[in-house]
Design a protein around this ligand. Structure first.
Ligand SMILES: Nc1ncnc2c1ncn2[C@@H]1O[C@H](COP(=O)(O)OP(=O)(O)OP(=O)(O)O)[C@@H](O)[C@H]1O
Length: 326
C-alpha cells in the first residue's frame, strides 16, 4: 500500500505561494525525503498531509484513507517545523497531554501500560534522564527530541517529520539518524522534510524535489542521482593496458580538444586506469571510447558518474531558474 498518495494536490494562500498540482506516492516501509529550497512549498504540503491545511483542490490519501480521517490520524505521528511546548511541563506531562490529544481517555493515560510507553519513548529519543525536568530549561536539541517522542508516542505506522534535526548537534543528528533507521527496520514509514542533504543521502530510499510550489522530480534516490549522460555529466572510463606513453597516443588519436577533457583519476602498475571526462553529450563519450580502442586499450566500463545529492539539488534548482544547470 502507498502510505501517502496524492493527485494534483493544491493549496495556495489567496492564490499565491503554497504548492500546486502535487502528485506523489510514498511506499510503505521507506524513508522518503522531501527536498527543495526555502519557500518551495514543502511545509504547505506537509501541513495538508497532517490535516492542518485544507487543500484548495486535488485528492490525497494518508494510510489509505482520505485526508483528515480520525482513524488515519491515530496511526500518524507528526513533528511540526516550529513548535514549543509549555515551559512549565515536564516531558512526562507533555507526552501525557499528547496521549490525550491522540484520543486516549484521562484514565488510560494514567495506566501502567501508558506510563511504560512514555518511559520507553523517552528512552528511545535519549531523554530518560530529563523525564521529570521542566521543558523551560531544555536546549533546542532536547526540545526537538521531545517533539520526536510526541510523534512516536502512539506507535504510529507513518511519521511525518518537518525538519527533525535542524536544532541538533552532530552527535544528536547521528543518534536521530540511527533511530530513524531502526524505525524503518521495524516497518515504520518515515516522511522527512529536511534541508540536510547528508541526512537524505544517508537515510532516504526515495525523494522528491519541490521548486516554486511545483514538483519537479520524485522517485528512488539512486535513480534520481544516476547520471543521464546528458550535457554537463561526468563520464568515467575503466581501462586496461594503460602505459605512461598512452596519454600522448590518445592526444593523437582523439585530437587535442577531445583528449583535453580527459582526467586520469588513478592508474596502477598493472595498467588498470580510471579516467573521467565532462562530456557535452553521449556522442562525445562514444568518440572517446573509440579512441581508447584504437590505442589498444581494453575498455572495461564506461558510463555517466552518479551525481552527489548537492550537485543534483543545485542542478534542479538551476534548471528552473533558467540558470546554467551545472
Ligand atoms: N500562511 C501563509 N500565508 C501566506 N503565504 C504563505 C503562508 N505560508 C507559506 N506561504 C508562502 O507559500 C510559499 C511556500 O511556503 P512554505 O512554507 O510551504 O515553503 P517551504 O518549502 O516549507 O519553505 P522553508 O524551507 O523556508 O520552510 C512561500 O512563498 C511562502 O511565502
Amino acid at each position: 500500500m502507498m502510505m501517502i498518495d496524492t493527485a494534483d494536490l493544491t493549496k495556495t494562500y489567496n492564490g499565491r505561494g503554497g504548492c500546486r498540482g502535487i502528485t506523489l506516492q510514498v511506499p510503505e516501509g521507506c524513508i522518503f525525503g522531501l527536498l527543495g529550497p526555502n519557500g518551495a512549498g514543502k511545509s504547505t504540503f506537509v501541513k495538508m498531509l497532517a490535516g492542518l491545511h485544507r487543500p484548495d483542490s486535488g485528492r490525497a490519501a494518508v494510510l489509505g484513507l482520505p485526508l483528515g480521517r480520525p482513524d488515519a490520524r491515530r496511526k500518524l505521528g507528526y513533528l511540526p517545523e516550529l513548535f514549543r511546548f509549555q515551559d512549565w511541563l515536564t516531558p512526562v506531562e507533555v507526552l501525557r497531554l499528547h496521549g490525550r490529544l491522540g484520543g486516549l481517555r484521562s484514565q488510560e493515560t494514567r495506566s501502567p501500560a501508558f506510563r511504560g510507553r512514555v518511559r520507553d519513548t523517552l528512552e528511545l529519543v535519549g531523554l530518560s534522564e530529563a523525564a521529570n525536568r521542566r521543558v523551560g530549561g531544555f536546549s533546542k536539541g532536547m526540545q526537538q527530541r521531545l517533539g520526536l517522542a510526541a510523534a512516536l508516542l502512539l506507535d504510529p505506522e507513518l511519521i511525518i517529520l518537518d525538519e527533525p534535526a535542524s536544532a541538533l548537534d552532530p552527535i544528536g543528528r547521528y543518534e536521530i539518524r540511527s533511530l530513524l533507521k531502526r524505525l524503518r527496520s521495524k516497518g515504520m514509514t518515515v516522511f522527512l522534510n529536511t534541508h540536510l542533504l547528508e541526512d537524505v543521502e544517508e537515510l532516504c530510499d526515495e525523494a522528491a524535489f519541490l521548486y516554486g510550489g511545483e514538483l519537479l522530480a520524485s522517485g528512488p534516490l539512486h535513480k534520481l542521482l544516476s547520471g543521464t549522460g546528458d550535457s554537463g555529466d561526468n563520464w568515467r572510463f575503466r581501462l586496461g593496458g594503460w602505459l605512461p606513453e598512452t596519454r600522448a597516443e590518445l592526444n593523437a588519436e582523439a585530437g587535442d580538444a577531445l583528449s583535453s577533457l580527459l582526467r586520469l583519476v588513478e592508474a596502477d602498475e598493472s595498467g588498470n586506469a580510471l579516467l573521467s571526462a565532462r562530456v557535452a553529450d553521449r556522442e562525445q563519450a562514444g568518440y572517446l571510447c573509440a579512441a581508447f580502442i584504437r590505442c589498444g586499450l581494453t575498455l572495461y566500463e564506461s558510463g555517466p558518474e552518479p551525481n552527489s545529492l548537492e550537485d543534483w539539488f543545485l542542478r534542479m534548482a538551476g534548471s528552473r531558474q533558467g540558470g546554467d544547470p551545472q
